[in-house]
Design a protein around this ligand. Structure first.
Ligand code: OAD
Length: 267
């Protein structure tokens, strides 16, 4: 594969590697990205579905749209398995110290076996109270049940909104004084997930090599992490179909490129 040997040479001496990932790394697991054609924000405008205020408005005015959104969000994640890209990243740990910093909320890096993963935009499975304190971790089975219940709510024309609110109770619930609990997913305008964000900064400040995979690099502050590594002169290899900012870019799908890169780095 073109460039793989050169990329491997660039990263070979690295002993503290940082892998920074975005939605593209999970695309081959069947989870849509946000900004590609037909992506999430095309179907569900970001100002309505990506902000706390927008979601509250949609919930009140168009509950059936909220059901569609939640189904489209939860169903692929509930049935997704790690793809060769996640597995290649996990396999890197057999070679050197690796920290994964991900903008994804799907938990697939951990399922693939990566040990040190910082989810800077939080996790769909981690439930927190209104103040952000962790309450519990949802099991895959609970998410699957929610998907089934949401489908039922969608098919029943009447009271779809009420049935949906009841179906998603394990995920989001309201009490007399407002929000009771929600997933620890960072929406636009909210603070980054902690302690993941501080730990990600720490890892990036110490890394001596970086792979950037499957991200448009357009959402800040997450996108400042590769910038910080670059400022320190850390070699950066980029992976994805559309060329971005990196010392060397490997064009292609993460599931094709990463296994080849990891194999070349081991040689
Ligand atoms: P985007 O949708 O902005 O970008 C996805 C990137 O993945 C693009 O550069 C694609 O070219 C690339 N891509 C697509 N398929 C790929 C594949 N098979 N292999 C490798 N790359 C592929 O997603 P993110 O950059 O992750 O935040 O978006 C960042 C943040 O914006 C998300 O975490 C989310 C979103 O709004 C919040 O909601 C706060």
């Amino acid at each position: 594969m073109k460039g793989v040997e050169r990329a491997a040479a660039l990263l070979k001496a690295s002993t503290r590697l940082c892998v920074f990932t975005g939605a593209g790394v999970s695309a081959e697991s069947g989870i849509a990205t946000f900004r590609d054609e037909g992506g999430f924000w095309e179907r569900y405008p970001m100002r309505d579905f990506g902000t706390p205020g927008g979601l509250a408005r949609i919930g009140l005015s168009q509950p059936e749209r909220l059901v569609d959104f939640l189904l489209d969000l939860l169903e692929p994640v509930s049935s997704a398995a790690p793809n060769p890209a996640h597995r290649a990243i996990a396999a890197l740990e057999g070679q050197r110290r690796v920290t994964v910093v991900t903008q994804n909320v799907d938990g697939l890096h951990q399922t693939a076996g990566s040990d040190e993963v910082h989810e800077v935009h939080g996790s769909l499975f981690q439930i927190v109270d209104a103040a952000g304190a962790p309450l519990k971790r949802l099991r895959a089975r609970e998410v699957e049940r929610m998907v089934a219940d949401l489908k039922k709510a969608k098919n029943g024309r009447f009271l779809a909104g009420m049935r949906a609110m009841s179906a998603i109770k394990p995920l989001i619930a309201f009490g007399p004084s407002g929000l009771k609990h929600r997933p620890n997913v960072v929406l636009f305008g909210e603070a980054m997930a902690e302690p993941a964000w501080s730990r990600a900064h720490h890892a990036v400040a110490r890394c001596d090599g970086m792979i950037v995979v499957g991200t448009s690099g357009t959402v800040y502050p997450a996108a400042e992490l590769p910038d910080q590594a670059r400022e320190r002169g850390v070699p950066i290899v980029g992976v994805g179909p559309e060329e971005g900012d990196a010392d060397l870019w490997l064009s292609g799908r993460a599931g094709d490129v990463l296994p080849a890169l990891v194999e070349a780095m081991a040689a």
